[in-house]
Design a protein around this ligand. Structure first.
Ligand code: FES
Length: 78
């Protein structure tokens, strides 16, 4: 199963991860993907945030606009 971790550190949270987390939840429901979603504390990558981690790979500068395509790519094309 894929694992998506959303950084909930204060920098990523205030730069958009609160909204990104909602978008990821919606994506999971709409696509029926088998994904474990969780949160984490700051990963010391704040300057590149907001960050999410998909299967241990840090993905930076995440926004709701790019999330659907990004998740299609990382979850399905492997
Ligand atoms: S708050 Fe997310 S990397 Fe620091």
């Amino acid at each position: 199963m894929h694992v998506i971790t959303v950084c909930m550190g204060s920098s990523c949270f205030s730069r958009g991860n609160a909204h990104n987390a909602e978008c990821i939840k919606r994506y999971i429901v709409e696509t029926g993907q088998e994904v474990a979603l969780s949160g984490c504390l700051c990963r010391n990558e704040c300057k590149n945030g907001p960050n999410i981690i998909v299967d241990e790979k840090v993905i930076s500068h995440v926004s709701p606009e790019i999330l659907p395509d990004l998740l299609d790519q990382v979850l399905e094309n492997r």
